[in-house]
Design a protein around this ligand. Structure first.
Ligand code: NAD
Length: 330
């Protein structure tokens, strides 16, 4: 099959990485890029060895799919312009700044019958993908604890840490929890900026499950961890090391279902009940690059007419929850 002709709109910090990945992926042919900044227009051809088109329209006339990597306040205008030309769109996260803008993108994609994928990249992190390999029962967390702490950087200070960082975990938690959110409590503080820099939110789900989410961009150390607690097991995901660990309780007489599990300890349960044992297993980083997997999955969805891994509707749900958290903080 021929490579898919693609373009990148917005060649800043993350857009540059999209350009490099598309150049490396054999399933895509990077036709060119577009950016409104005159300095980027001058520098990008030399920096990346790609063609800078003279306008958005001229790029859109020459591609079948684009990555939209402009600031999120401009996502809707740029994405809809592409969609109306029949171009498939990968738009970075958050899908937009408001629900009405998200709806504008989603409705345009439906109307023009093009694929729309949103850049919730942690879905492709090896740690999160490890969950598919856990064979010892269902993933059915009753409590999730997540920490996404980033060292201070002046980048991205125009939006609250909820839309910048916490939305990654919100998206994952909405994928993991089978029930709807019933209540949200949140508190946060703008320590160095005018928007919240550190936020804690608690999501209570209709089935009684809960998630406690903390995001900060003023920490001394980076940390991206999520812990899932469920009946008879505890799963720890580390998005920095891209590793996962499973700890599981089983009857002492039974074999552990997951292969490669080793016994950590035995639990005495008294005379009536059988003794239990605790097993553990580590799921190592498989070394696959998340951005490469993400863009390959987008290309695959376009070429083979498959539903995208992260749909506009799912990204809208994450945005809706993020906006509600941001509103609670005030
Ligand atoms: P950036 O400011 O470094 O780059 C944005 C680029 O877009 C700039 O070069 C700017 O000139 C250009 N631009 C602005 N408006 C434009 C328009 N209308 N048309 C064409 N070009 C335009 O920003 P960034 O840090 O690369 O972030 C871009 C997007 O990626 C944001 O939505 C952000 O939330 C998202 N992001 C996602 C992740 C992730 O983990 N998935 C990480 C960082 C950024």
């Amino acid at each position: 099959m021929n490579p898919l002709p693609v373009g990148v709109i917005g060649v800043g910090h993350l857009g540059g990485s999209h350009v490099k990945k598309y150049l490396d992926i054999p399933e895509s042919e990077l036709v060119g890029v577009w950016d409104t900044d005159e300095n980027v227009q001058r520098s990008a051809p030399e920096t990346f060895g790609v063609r800078m088109f003279e306008s958005l329209d001229s790029l859109l006339a020459n591609v079948q799919a684009v990555s939209v990597v402009v600031p999120s306040s401009a996502h809707a205008d740029v994405a809809v312009a592409a969609i109306e030309k029949g171009v498939h769109v990968f738009v970075e996260k958050p899908i937009a700044h408001s629900i009405s803008e998200a709806d504008r993108i989603i409705e345009a994609a439906q109307k023009h019958n093009v694929k729309l994928q949103v850049g919730h990249i942690e879905r492709f992190n090896s740690a999160f993908r490890s969950l598919e390999k856990i064979t010892s029962g269902e993933i059915n967390p009753r409590f999730i604890e997540s920490h996404r702490l980033a060292r201070f950087s002046p980048r991205g200070m125009d939006v609250s840490v909820v839309l910048d960082l916490m939305i990654h975990d919100i998206d994952l938690i909405l994928q993991l929890m089978p029930s709807k959110i019933e209540r949200i409590d949140a508190s946060g503080v703008g320590v160095v900026s005018n928007t919240a820099d550190i936020v804690n939110a608690r999501l209570i789900f209709a089935d009684g499950a809960a998630a406690n989410i903390t995001a900060s961009r003023i920490s001394q150390k980076n940390m991206r961890k999520m812990r899932l607690f469920q009946k008879d097991s505890y799963i720890s995901l580390d998005f920095e090391t891209k590793e996962a660990e499973l700890f599981q309780i089983a009857n002492a007489s039974e074999e552990f279902i997951d292969k490669g599990m080793f016994q950590l300890a035995e639990i005495e349960t008294g005379e009536e009940g059988p003794a239990k044992k605790i097993g553990a297993k580590k799921y190592l980083n498989d070394g696959k690059d998340a951005l490469e997997l993400e863009l390959k999955s987008f290309i695959d969805s376009v070429k083979h007419n498959k539903p995208p891994v992260v749909s506009g509707i799912e990204a809208r749900s994450a945005l809706e929850t993020a906006l509600e958290i941001a509103e609670k903080i005030g």
